[in-house]
Ligand binder design. Structure first.
Ligand SMILES: [Zn+2]
Length: 419
């Protein structure tokens, strides 16, 4: 085999000649030339024999590393005049248009991004995190199945924060396929309106149930006549549980502030440490936390009462209960909250009363089960990793590549090697 052919095989580059290979500090430079005579538009199917001009365009791409060396592809490309896209540099088979990386390199980075943390990827691939963001945005745009919005019957709509200072993504998940199928920057009614607009009235009308939080925005949008006015609206369990935890934390904080203002610094310090003993689920407590827990129980008082109300809220979602059981427990919890004399829990009771139908509907339809909670946890874990990105598109791409209807593979699994 000629050296050139062997090298293009080694690099998995089809349709090119390898003209020269040389070493530079820290990298190997491989000069290639396209085999084909015709020029292809990088944005469409158009191809031509005619060059726009004779001036070559020097182009560089980063390819998969060769051992510890960075590998750089270089080519002198031609320009063509596409009737749709105007004067462009010709497209190449191994890279996306206007892009400094080969498809194989981008595929590897995208695959890593769904599995490894920021430091691992940026050190291994030797690129910064915003570059990772741009790469995964391109890969996500290419890989997303255009038919993913077909056959949606039971969906969840939810917001997640992808950055500090209240920057949100709204995500729509398909409860049947257990994956995120749509996302956009922003939250509330406007974001939901954008989803229904993309879905179109016909497919929107076929939606049977929508799970969501207790805010007014998503429900308002769903109820519009051209959206999904007949769908059953359900409240996701984890939003209810989160409200109860928040109410408990408010009671705890008030009590702590009271201790401090009474000058009992020692007790205030101890009590601040007790925070996790209260907020964690009892089955996850450490030994020390369990001891604190027992002390709080013996002391009784309003913090302990708040804790039992929080646990009573969690109990509504226990496995194995019938809809009737849940209705009964929920009714009892609402009246206990009303009588609690703890302001945050009185509010909680009012909220639960208002959303009683939605909470029961989620139970009846089984929309808030462990598997949809697992997806929700996965989304939240992944958006923590997206905090370093500067664009919502990159954060959304990370969510779609990890939790969307996409199966990413490392590059060598895409086109298996033959001897
Ligand atoms: Zn074109």
């Amino acid at each position: 085999m000629r050296v050139s052919a062997a090298f293009s095989r080694l690099l998995r580059l089809s349709g090119v000649w390898v003209k020269q290979v040389r070493f530079a500090p820290e990298r190997v430079i491989v000069e290639v030339a396209l085999r084909r005579r015709r020029l292809r538009c990088p944005r469409c199917e158009f191809s031509t024999r005619h060059r726009h001009d004779v001036r070559p365009v020097a182009s560089v791409w980063r390819h998969l590393d060769l051992g510890v060396w960075r590998l750089e592809l270089r080519a002198r490309l031609r320009r063509l005049d596409c009737p749709t896209h105007g004067v462009r540099v010709e497209g190449v088979p191994f890279a996306r248009p206007d892009c400094r990386f080969t498809r194989d390199f981008e595929q590897l980075v995208a695959w890593l991004a769904t599995r490894a943390d920021k430091t691992t990827i940026t050190r291994l691939a030797r690129i910064d995190w915003d570059t990772v963001g741009r790469i995964i945005t391109r890969v996500s745009d290419d890989e997303l199945d255009p038919d993913r919005l077909q056959d949606l019957f039971e969906i969840g709509i939810d917001e997640v924060s992808w950055r500090r200072q209240h920057r949100y993504l709204t995500l729509v998940s398909d409860h049947q396929r257990r994956c995120v199928v749509w996302g956009a920057e922003g939250n509330g009614q406007a974001a939901a309106d954008a989803f229904f607009a993309e879905l179109g009235p016909e497919r929107s009308q076929r939606i049977e149930a929508i799970s969501m939080d207790m805010g007014p925005g998503y429900a308002k949008s769903a109820r519009k006549p051209e959206h999904a006015p007949r769908a059953t609206l359900c409240i996701d369990n984890f939003h209810v549980a989160a409200l109860a935890t928040k109410a408990l934390d408010e009671v705890r904080r008030d009590y702590w502030n009271e201790l401090r203002s009474l000058g009992d610094q020692q007790a205030a310090k101890r009590f601040k440490d007790a925070r996790w003993a209260l907020l964690k689920n009892p089955e996850h407590l450490t030994d020390t936390q369990a001891a604190t827990h027992r002390a709080l129980r013996l002391a009784g008082g309003e913090v302990w009462r708040a804790y039992t109300l929080k646990e009573a809220t969690r109990a509504i979602f226990a496995a194995g209960l019938t809809s009737d059981d849940v209705g009964h427990l929920l009714g009892r919890l609402i009246s206990r909250c009303a009588r609690s004399r703890l302001r945050p829990f009185v509010h909680l009771g009012q909220t639960l009363r208002k959303h009683r139908q939605g909470i029961l509907a989620a139970r009846r339809l089984g929309l808030s089960n462990a598997r949809s909670e697992a997806l929700n946890n996965k989304v939240r874990l992944i958006t923590r990793r997206a905090y370093g990105f500067h664009t919502a598109q990159a954060a959304l791409a990370l969510v779609m590549l990890t939790c969307g209807p996409i199966t990413l593979r490392p590059p060598h699994e895409l086109h298996p090697l033959t001897p």
